[in-house]
Design a protein around this ligand. Structure first.
Ligand SMILES: *Cc1c(COP(=O)(O)O)cnc(C)c1O
Length: 358
């Protein structure tokens, strides 16, 4: 077999090798079924078994209470930027925290439908931190946050209290990376391609009482209530993506679940931040108290040196370390599936580069 690299891409991102191998083993013939998962009817009992198991695993991993529905939808996280206002607005008011690029895009999309109020923002400070004081409106239909800011490498370390106003969270880049108390949220959604599996799947966890109030013009496929009634099969779902997510959930459960991976994630991110904090070449722009465990951003302060480092790392089997085009610098995305060895290797390579460029 060809050798795999350590892929630090922000998404689509690494998938655990054992998951890929299991999928490869079952690709042509799913055990006992004589066909690939890709060839199964989504209505068949053989597929429903896979679907139900996947849903049950996520419920177990995240401790999702019974009064929440879990949906497996398409359109990525971005479609939920529109679905959130379409499903939740009743009076028309929505509060957003502008903590990064995706948070900003979500608020902009909501402006089409809602009276949007920015409850807090770090935009003026180039999103180097997550706000910690908020101006919530008590009569808003919902309050919206992005738990991890993928491009800037920041995260909430405490979930804001919005009282009776349901809290909506885009968890695309840190779902399942640390324990979250689902009961603090009205809605959680996440695109799969960062911490769950292949792209093309979006997971929505929604408190049941928040469904069924959608705008009459809400497209059918974006209605959480209708999707819930049809168990995410209003039309053909991403059957293979859901199966792959299920393999990923099994892998995470066997590893000890979210608490176990959280410890590993803190350790992995710690290796990088500890090195960055004493480096004379690299600096971490994200404010210390809100550093992401999933996306570690760093810069040399010199665009040519940044580019040289990205090249140098790639030669050493560490790929996709270039920062997002909007911010430059470097970003190491170290989601659940990035092995500890990958991060150790990265620190070694950074040290070697620093020495050569001192
Ligand atoms: C990647 C990402 C998105 C966009 O996801 P798509 O699935 O491409 O729509 C949205 N929000 C966050 C926080 C992300 O990291």
């Amino acid at each position: 077999m060809e050798e795999r690299v350590y892929n630090f891409s922000a998404g689509p991102a690494m998938i655990a090798e054992s998951v890929l191998k299991k999928a490869a083993d079952e690709l042509v013939c799913y055990p006992g079924r004589g066909m690939s998962v890709m060839e199964m009817s989504h209505r068949s009992s053989m597929y429903i078994e896979i679907f139900d198991r996947t849903k049950a695993l996520l419920k177990e991993l995240m401790n999702v209470p019974d009064d929440y529905e879990i949906l497996f939808l398409q359109g990525g996280a971005t479609l939920q930027f529109s679905a959130v206002p379409l499903n939740l607005l009743t009076t028309g008011k929505a509060d957003y925290v502008d903590s990064g690029n995706f948070a900003h895009l979500a608020a902009e999309e909501a402006r089409k439908y809602a009276d949007v109020h920015i409850a807090a923002s770090s935009r003026e400070d180039t999103y180097t931190y997550v706000p910690d004081t908020f101006d919530w409106r008590p009569d808003a239909d919902y309050a919206y946050i992005t738990t991890n800011n993928t491009i800037y490498g920041t995260r909430y370390t405490a979930i804001p209290d919005t009282g009776k106003v349901p809290l909506v969270a885009d968890m695309s880049s840190n779902i399942l990376s640390e324990p979250f108390d689902v009961t603090k949220f009205g809605v959680i959604f996440a695109g799969a391609q960062k911490n769950i599996g292949p792209a093309g799947l979006c997971i929505v966890i929604v408190r049941r009482d928040l469904m069924g109030h959608e705008d009459p013009k809400c497209p059918k496929l974006m209605s959480w209530a209708l999707e819930s009634k049809n168990d995410s099969m209003l039309n053909t779902p991403n059957t293979y993506g859901i199966y792959m997510a299920g393999l990923g959930f099994e892998w995470l459960r066997d590893l000890g679940g979210v608490n176990a991976i959280y410890e590993q994630n803190k350790y992995k991110a710690g290796l990088l931040y500890d090195y960055l904090d004493q480096s004379t070449l690299f600096k971490a722009p994200a404010r210390r108290d809100c550093r992401s465990l999933m996306n570690v951003t760093f810069v040399t302060g010199d665009a040519d040196k940044d580019a040289a480092f990205v090249k140098y790392a790639a030669k050493n089997g560490l790929v996709n370390l270039k920062g997002h085009r909007s911010v430059g610098g470097m970003r190491a995305s170290i989601y659940n599936a990035m092995p500890v060895e990958g991060v150790k290797k990265l620190v070694e390579v950074m040290k070697a580069f620093e020495k050569e460029n001192a």
